[in-house]
Design a protein around this ligand. Structure first.
Ligand code: HAM
Length: 449
């Protein structure tokens, strides 16, 4: 017997299974039917908003040349140096399961000569991404992202629009979030700042965790968002990038913030937002659940961020395209879904099914297929369980599903040409003409609303 970790309702559960049962890979998730409604809600809300704001949907492959990610995300980042699912294909080429979608979209932008389209080119894409990270709450090895990208617009308005749309999506989903924002400046000002930061941390080297000791030479900025307590304390007192920005980046940043103020997007300046990918310059931001007053988030932004992004003006050139300013962001969909679920738990349950159709006896069951279709076709949200014929059992199911009414069809009603409507709130039953059932139900449903 072996133990299998299975995920249901977001919780990990240990189940004894025979050694013949193939295991779900660590850090991988099955999305079960009862959770699909959250995924669907996210998809419906995002597609509507992105469509309204003229973003075109693009699909790019999950597998790309390894070099694409090395060159864009950066060789020394955790993602590229430790977390990629990289292997040789049968032809001997090194390929990688994408750890994010932006690089693939940028590659596609160059491959298809989108540089020649009228600017800006606004795109979005969603699907699975892979990072061999240490799995824990909200951190998986396969997860899904929705990536939103704008190519060919260097103005701060573009930064503000992407942040505004991301916030709008959260608001429409009913999520209470805040944007944590920083500016990473241009390459030169960032390089100067990195030298200053190195000096600061070098004198404290022995206090750093092992990962940060290694970051000190190769990935210094990431010292600012380390999750280890002692490193976080040191980072709090470190010199801040905003004090070392070049003039253009400073103006750009101020302008982005002014636009956010104007559109009432809630944000907080956070000098420790540095992002885990090398391609960013200027604006960098993360979206985190808002904490209640006096409450401090237990995790650092990068651990509980439901989304993040920023400006990446050099990426297209890095992969051989013409100079193209760009800005984008990605949501981590599993984390959004988790928040949606938590939010629903805190809300009073409400009726979410119009009608449950209960049938008693063989003849009624046969007839209930057509009746079900009549109700469904007339726009009533109806459910049934045709393989059950005990009334008590069916009423229990109706109750569990939160039905407003149960429609009961038995042998007697079938002969009489009638149907019973039972109000699930008070148990009152009425007999109505079966030919008028849809209208009768609609009338009552409207009245109840
Ligand atoms: P990222 O911050 O690495 O950015 O990922 C975006 C989001 O994916 C995070 O905010 C988080 O919600 C989610 N995420 C990251 N790692 C995990 C994980 N191991 N398990 C579950 N969820 C995770 C990017 O990937 C950039 N491509 C975003 C971007 C688009 N920048 C410009 N355009």
């Amino acid at each position: 017997m072996k133990e299998l970790k299975e995920s249901k309702d977001g919780k990990e559960k240990k189940i004894k299974k025979s050694s013949k049962t193939p295991l779900l890979l660590r850090g991988f998730l099955d999305v079960l039917p009862e959770n699909d409604k959250y995924w669907r809600k996210f998809r419906d809300v995002t597609e509507k908003i992105l469509d309204d704001y003229s973003y075109g949907k693009i699909s790019v492959p999950i597998l790309e040349q390894t070099n694409l990610f090395k060159r864009t995300i950066g060789e020394h980042t955790d993602i590229v140096s430790k977390e990629m699912f990289t292997f040789e294909d049968r032809g001997g080429d090194s390929v990688t399961m994408r750890p994010e979608i932006t690089a693939g979209i940028a590659r596609s932008y160059v491959t298809h000569g989108m540089l020649n389209r009228s600017r800006p080119v606004k795109l979005y894409s969603s699907g699975p991404v892979f990072r061999y990270d240490r799995p824990q709450a909200g951190r998986f090895r396969q997860f899904n992202q929705l990536s939103i990208e704008v190519f060919g617009d260097e103005s701060p308005v573009a930064d503000a629009e992407v942040i505004f749309i991301s916030y709008l999506i959260c608001k429409k989903l009913g999520l209470d979030v805040i944007i944590q924002i920083n500016s990473l400046g241009n390459t030169e000002s960032r390089q100067e700042y990195i030298t200053i930061l190195k000096e600061y941390f070098r004198s404290k080297r022995r206090l750093l965790c092992d990962d940060c000791k290694a970051r000190l030479t190769k990935n210094t900025l990431r010292l600012l968002d380390c999750k280890e307590e002692q490193c976080r304390e040191l980072a709090k007192a470190a010199p801040q990038l905003v004090d070392h920005l070049d003039e253009e980046s400073k103006d750009h940043f101020v302008s982005v913030l002014e636009h956010l103020d104007e559109s009432e997007v809630p944000y907080e300046l956070n000098p420790h937002i540095v992002r885990g990918l090398d391609y960013y310059n200027r604006t960098a931001f993360e979206i985190v659940p808002a904490t209640k007053e006096g409450e401090e988030s237990e995790r650092s932004p990068s651990q509980n961020a439901i989304g993040g992004g920023g400006r990446y003006d050099e990426l297209i050139e890095i992969i051989g395209g013409r100079e193209t300013p760009a800005i984008g962001m990605a949501f981590g969909i599993e984390r959004v879904v988790q928040l949606l679920k938590e939010q629903q738990k805190n809300q009073p349950s409400k009726k979410n099914l119009d009608v449950f159709l209960a049938q008693l006896g063989e003849e009624a069951t046969k007839h209930s297929f057509t009746l079900f279709e009549t109700l469904r076709e007339s726009g009533i949200k109806v459910r049934a369980n045709f393989s059950k014929d005990g009334l008590k059992q069916q009423l229990e199911i109706a109750d569990r599903l939160g039905a407003v009414f149960t429609v009961i069809l038995g042998q007697k009603e079938l002969l009489d040409g009638t149907i019973i409507i039972r109000d699930m709130e008070n148990g009152i039953q009425e007999v109505v003409d079966s030919a008028k059932i849809s209208d009768e139900l609609k009338k009552r449903l409207k009245k109840g609303k």
